[in-house]
Design a protein around this ligand. Structure first.
Ligand SMILES: O=C(O)c1cc(=O)[nH]c(=O)n1[C@@H]1O[C@H](COP(=O)(O)O)[C@@H](O)[C@H]1O
Length: 271
């Protein structure tokens, strides 16, 4: 998918919502567990109920690969089920020496047909570039993550006072363009989203951390939105486990609708 197509979708739906698919067998409604592929049934119901409000879906690969080869089959079926005009993110946090990264890219872009994959920047250019060689496919590069451990490395300053995440942003601008490179910027780092935006004015951000992790959607939009929105805000547990009862899919729809309504207001205000 191109950036123009993604922006068109955002405008059409008045939404920059990414629904995170983190399906945990222990948390899905009990009645689904007797189905032949409970995780698929769960994701299918969530996608059907939230597709009106979502511009992206982000299956977290861990929740599928933990189930072994069957989990990979389920992941592929889920990817194929997502409507083609909705952006897809394989949240796999890959990155390795070049020839290995190339095969990771083939797995997610050719074997499966995801629009993007999350990639860790730690191993540098040759670990990221192979993912950028596929037309209309994207790298979503970890920059400033939402977790407590982000403090361990990402905010360490160099001798000029520049934090590591900023070096990642600046260096990676040499590898990709706003047409194929997004950054993960956690919603829990509200005060820093504006700093990230100053360094990379045009790139999209994937912003996890609203909902269960407590980040503020209003702050994300205030500090992070640019002239083509530039934001995909993810919520996983806050949507997919809005209810663990029979009404789980309807409850997910209602949570997604609430977020979309707030997003419509923010788009009207800042775009
Ligand atoms: O790359 C990610 O998606 C990611 C980066 C990050 O900094 N923080 C983060 O929570 N995530 C992912 O985003 C999702 C957040 O889930 P919830 O906290 O349930 O909304 C999970 O799939 C995480 O793995």
């Amino acid at each position: 998918m191109t950036r123009a197509e993604l922006f068109a979708q955002i405008q059409k739906k008045s939404s920059f919502l990414c629904v995170g698919l983190d399906p945990d067998l222990a948390k899905i409604p009990a009645r689904l567990r007797s189905e032949p592929d409970p995780i698929f049934s769960f994701c299918k119901a969530i996608i059907e109920e939230t597709a009106d409000y979502a511009v992206a879906y982000k299956p977290n690969i861990a929740f599928f690969e933990a189930l072994g080869s069957k989990g990979w089959e389920t992941l592929q079926k889920v990817q194929e089920l997502i409507p083609r005009d909705i952006f897809t993110i394989a949240d796999a946090k890959r990155g390795d020496i070049g020839n290995t990264s190339k095969l990771y890219a083939k797995a997610f872009f050719e074997q499966m047909d995801f629009d993007s994959v999350t990639v860790a920047p730690y191993m540098g250019e040759d670990s990221v570039s192979p993912f950028l060689e596929f037309a209309d496919k994207w790298v979503v590069l970890l920059a400033l993550t939402s977790n407590a451990g982000s403090l361990d490395f990402q905010l360490i300053k160099d001798e000029t006072g520049r934090p590591l995440y900023q070096s990642v942003l600046e260096k990676s601008q040499e590898w990709g363009t706003p047409e194929n490179l997004m950054y993960v910027v956690g919603a829990t780092r509200g005060e820093l989203i504006g700093e990230v935006r100053k360094v990379v004015p045009d790139n999209f951000f994937l912003v996890p951390g609203v909902g269960a992790q407590g980040g503020s959607l209003a702050d994300v939009a205030k500090y992070g939105m640019n002239s083509h929105c530039g934001l995909l805000v993810n919520s996983s547990r806050g949507i997919i486990y809005a209810s663990q009862g029979k009404d789980f899919a309807v409850a997910a729809r209602s949570e997604a609708a609430k977020l979309q309504a707030e997003m419509a207001g923010l788009l009207a205000r800042y775009l």
